[in-house]
Design a protein around this ligand. Structure first.
Ligand code: SGN
Ligand code: CA
Length: 505
């Protein structure tokens, strides 16, 4: 390989020589709160009953990451990580509503400088203007499922409602961008779905789906957190206690009008009522209580969630069809991921935030045009790796402060670098806040995980052996035989905080 001349390497946008850089197009598809348990390629019991054939299709042609993680399991922090390639304490977006340092150069800006045509369609969510995008159609805040409002460079600061269902509309905008783009340049397209975010509103065409399916309860559904510290007990994300019948599960006729049917057309409302009202009447008549009610809530939650996923999967298929038909599979890297994982009833929960596996891990499938791909990867990868990967593709030298690494070698069979990271760092800050999850940071080596909880509700550590206890029911922090691992991980955590200038824990 020829090295780029020195004068080209100066500054952030230093381009490598054209032969060295792949200069592939980039399609980053990211849904909101999509758990790996709900992607059939991951083989979880839940998704066996609700397959995701199109996402699986991508997995069949690409690399499925079994140990992909986020750094801070919440929307805005995860998106800030993606855009800056920096951890939350470096980019400023620690909590859901606490602002990002918008003076940082975003990966979209760097790609644009390097000649890419750039676009983002869907959920943006950060408390700053989209930067570095030639085109965008972004939702307001969390966005709406029906008749969502979007703004674009043409509409300025004004959000304009568009008739239809959010997942379809975001895909429409993505395809429109692909149709109208400048075909002489590479492109980077971010497709950021709102679904399946709470309150899990499916499109009316899928309301009948899965109604006869009984989804399996996870093994930890009745977890009582016996070996765990205060945070697991004090959280407010329990299906039993915190999931609302009217708002989340749409059981009430009058409130339904205001809460979730308000943005529908008359036709959509009619379809909704014709389908859902008889179910609600049956529920009222049955009037379940106690455990029967909790199990009823679980079923309705998962059915609606999976219906939203079915629409995502359908629209991912539409986008893949477009890329295939237009000969773009040979020069486009395609990512499918989520802004974080989600609890599908594990530990009795919905939502995310904790460093426990279901919300620490995030689905990640990467398709690259290279033929010698790894079908699966166990490498520890994290959302700070997206920016370095995209810069690598574009031939831009990674800024020094980005500690993430390009995933390109990992995608190739047998090519995972020997010095690949051995530990992953996590830090959750959003307390006090909705769902009441204490602040914590921690490290994991993929087998052992140390979590350090801190703040007004107590400071203590938890330790898990994921091989012996994959469901994290057994905190072994005080067990003598784990002393070695505890000390090793504690040392790693301390070293990481010092190296990376983490300023609270
Ligand atoms: C909203 C949700 C919460 C969710 C946060 C963060 N409540 O506040 O359940 O945890 O967003 O989600 S809702 O009633 O408005 O749906 S995130 O994906 O944006 O991080
Ligand atoms: Ca989210």
């Amino acid at each position: 390989m020829t090295k780029a001349p020195l004068y080209l390497l100066a500054g952030i946008a230093a381009n490598l020589s054209a032969q060295e850089a792949k200069r592939w197009n980039i399609v980053h598809i990211m849904s909101d709160d999509h758990s790996y348990q709900a992607i059939s390629a991951y083989g979880h019991a839940l998704s066996r009953q609700a397959r995701t054939d199109n996402i699986d299709r991508l997995a069949e042609q690409g690399t499925l990451f079994r140990r992909a993680y986020v750094e801070n399991s919440l929307s805005t922090p995860s998106r800030a990580c993606l855009m800056t390639g920096l951890y939350s304490h470096q980019n400023g977006q620690r909590r859901l509503d606490e602002g990002i340092d918008s003076t940082i150069t975003f990966v979209s800006e760097m790609l644009q400088t390097a000649g890419y045509e750039t676009a983002i369609m869907g959920k943006w969510h950060m408390r700053c203007e989209p930067k570095g995008f030639d085109q965008y159609h972004i939702l307001e805040d969390q966005g709406e499922y029906y008749r969502p409002r979007f703004r674009s460079p043409e509409s300025g600061v004004k959000y304009i409602p568009e008739e239809g269902y959010v997942t379809d509309l975001i895909t429409d905008h993505a395809i429109q961008f692909l149709e109208q783009r400048d075909k002489s340049r590479p492109f980077a397209l971010f497709v950021h779905h709102k679904a399946p975010h709470r309150n899990w509103m499916p499109p009316t065409r899928f309301l009948d789906l899965y109604e006869d399916v009984e989804f399996p309860l996870p093994a930890t559904f009745y977890d009582r957190y016996e070996t765990r510290g205060n945070a697991a007990h004090a959280q407010e994300m329990s299906i039993e206690k915190n999931m609302k019948l009217h708002y989340d599960l749409k059981t009430d006729v009058r409130r339904g009008e205001q809460n979730h049917l308000g943005r529908m057309t008359e036709e959509q409302k009619k379809k909704w009522w014709d389908t859902v009202a008889p179910r609600n009447e049956a529920f009222e008549k049955q009037n379940p209580t106690g455990d029967e009610l909790v199990r009823w809530k679980f079923q309705r939650y998962i059915r609606d969630y999976m219906r939203c996923i079915h629409a995502i999967d359908e629209q991912v298929g539409r986008l893949l069809d477009y890329l295939e038909k237009n000969g773009l599979m040979d020069n486009t890297l395609i990512v499918y991921t989520s802004d974080q994982g989600f609890y599908m009833g594990e530990h009795g929960w919905f939502d995310k935030r904790f460093m426990y596996e279901e919300s620490f891990r995030t689905p990640l499938i990467v398709y690259a045009p290279d033929a010698r791909r790894a079908r699966e990867s166990q490498a520890l990868v994290q959302n700070i790796d997206f920016a370095p990967t995209y810069l690598d593709i574009a031939g831009i030298e990674k800024p020094q402060e980005m500690v993430g690494r390009s995933l390109l070698p990992v995608l190739q069979k047998g090519k995972q670098p020997k010095d690949w990271r051995k530990y992953i760092y996590y830090h959750y800050y959003d307390f006090p806040a909705v769902h009441h999850v204490s602040r914590h940071d921690g490290v994991s080596d993929g087998r052992y995980k140390l979590i350090h909880f801190y703040g007004p509700e107590g400071t203590y550590d938890e330790l898990y052996d994921l091989r012996k206890d994959p469901n994290e029911l057994n905190n072994v922090i005080s067990e003598d035989k784990y002393r070695g691992h505890r000390e090793r991980l504690q040392k790693q955590l301390v070293a990481f905080r010092a190296e990376q200038n983490v300023d609270e824990w």
